[in-house]
Design a protein around this ligand. Structure first.
Ligand code: PMP
Length: 307
C-alpha cells in the first residue's frame, strides 16, 4: 500500500494528491498505450538527496514514447525538473519516482490519433521491492510458464504500460506458488529477465547477462552493474543464457531500480552455488550501494541533486 503524500505533478502543475484524477474514458486505461519510468532518489552519506541516473531514465521514457509514436507535450528538461520538484514538494529525502506519459480521453477506437498526450510525475516511498531481507539474503525464483514478449509482437525496449500484463501474470503465478519472483524465458527458450528486473548469472568467475538484442528491457541498473563490474575487473559477457546454464550458475541476481541488486539464492529448488549470496554479487552490491547512497563519487554524472 502506497502512503499518501502531498502533491502530484500533473500536466505542468503541482496538484493535491487527492485531486490527481483521470477521466474514465482515458484511452490508456482501456488499451494500455502509454510509457512510464521508475526512478529512485537516495539520501547519500553527504546528507543530500540525489536522483540516480535521471538523465538515462528520461532518455528511455522519450525512447518509449518514440516507439509508440506518442511524443509528450513536455521536454526532457521539463520532465526532469518535475522529478526534482515532486520530491521537494513532498519533502522526500529518498523515494521512488514514476513519470508517466499516457493518452487522454477523446476518441475511443484504438487509433485515436488526436487524443491529448498527457504527462504526470508522482513519487512514493518504496522499500525493498522483492520483500523484506531480499537484498541482504536473496530471493527464491521460479521459471515462469509465461514467455517474455516476442520481439516481433511487443516492444521489449519500451517501458510500455500495457506490456506489463505479461509481468503481472508471471509475478502472480510465482507468488501464488510460494516464490518471490518469476524468471521469464523468451519464446525460443532462452533466459530473458524477471517480471520487473534484468537478470545476471555468475559462472566460473564470469558475469553473464542476456544481450540487448534479447527480449529484455534495457535496464539502467543493468548498465550500472556492467559499468561497475568492468571497473572492478570482473570479466563480463552479454550472451544468451539457457535454462540449464541458469540452474548451474554459481551466483545469480536481479537488477532493477525498484529491486536494486537482489541476489537469487534458488531457482526451481536448485540452489545457486552454496545457496547464499555469492562473493561477486556481494562485491557488486557493495560498490552499487556506495555509488547510489554512500560516498563513492566516481560517477558524478549519474547524480542529480534535489536538496
Ligand atoms: N526489466 C523489466 C521488465 C522492468 O520492468 C525493469 C524495471 N524498470 C527492469 C528490467 C530493470 O530496469 P531498470 O534497471 O532500468 O529499472
Amino acid at each position: 500500500m502506497v502512503d499518501k503524500l502531498k502533491k502530484i505533478w500533473l500536466e505542468g502543475a503541482l496538484v493535491d494528491w487527492d485531486d490527481a484524477k483521470v477521466h474514465i474514458l482515458t484511452h490508456t486505461l482501456h488499451y494500455g498505450l502509454g510509457a512510464f519510468e521508475g526512478i529512485r532518489a537516495y539520501k547519500r552519506s553527504d546528507g543530500k538527496t540525489y536522483i540516480f541516473r535521471l538523465k538515462e531514465h528520461i532518455d528511455r521514457l522519450l525512447d518509449s514514447c518514440k516507439l509508440i509514436m506518442m511524443p509528450p507535450a513536455f521536454s526532457h528538461a521539463e520532465i526532469s525538473k518535475a522529478c526534482v520538484e515532486i520530491l521537494q514538494a513532498n519533502e522526500m529525502v529518498d523515494g521512488y519516482l514514476r513519470p508517466m506519459v499516457y493518452l487522454g480521453d477523446g476518441a475511443m477506437g484504438v487509433y485515436a490519433p488526436d487524443n491529448p498526450v498527457r504527462t504526470t510525475v508522482l513519487a512514493w516511498k518504496w522499500g525493498a521491492y522483492l520483500g523484506h531481507g531480499a537484498v541482504e539474503n536473496g530471493v527464491r525464483a521460479k521459471i515462469s510458464s509465461w514467455a517474455r514478449h516476442h520481439i516481433h509482437v511487443s516492444l521489449a525496449k519500451g517501458k510500455i504500460m500495457g506490456q506489463y500484463t505479461n509481468s503481472t501474470l508471471a509475478k502472480r503465478e510465482a507468488k501464488m506458488a510460494g516464490y518471490d519472483e518469476a524468471i521469464l524465458m523468451d519464446v525460443n527458450g532462452y533466459v530473458s529477465e524477471g517480471s520487473g528486473e534484468n537478470l545476471f548469472i555468475v559462472r566460473k568467475g564470469k558475469l553473464i547477462t542476456p544481450p540487448l538484442a534479447a527480449s529484455i528491457l534495457e535496464g539502467v541498473t543493468r548498465d550500472t552493474v556492467l559499468t561497475l563490474a568492468r571497473e572492478e575487473g570482473i570479466p563480463v559477457s552479454e550472451e544468451m543464457i539457457t535454462r540449464d546454464q541458469l540452474y548451474l550458475a554459481d551466483e545469480a541476481f536481479f537488477t532493477g531500480t525498484a529491486a536494486e541488486i537482489s541476489p537469487i539464492r534458488e531457482v526451481d529448488h536448485r540452489a545457486m552455488g552454496a545457496g547464499g549470496v555469492g562473493p561477486i554479487t556481494k562485491r557488486l552490491q557493495a560498490r552499487f550501494f556506495d555509488v547510489v547512497k554512500g560516498s563513492d563519487s566516481s560517477h558524478p554524472e549519474w547524480l542529480t541533486l534535489v536538496a
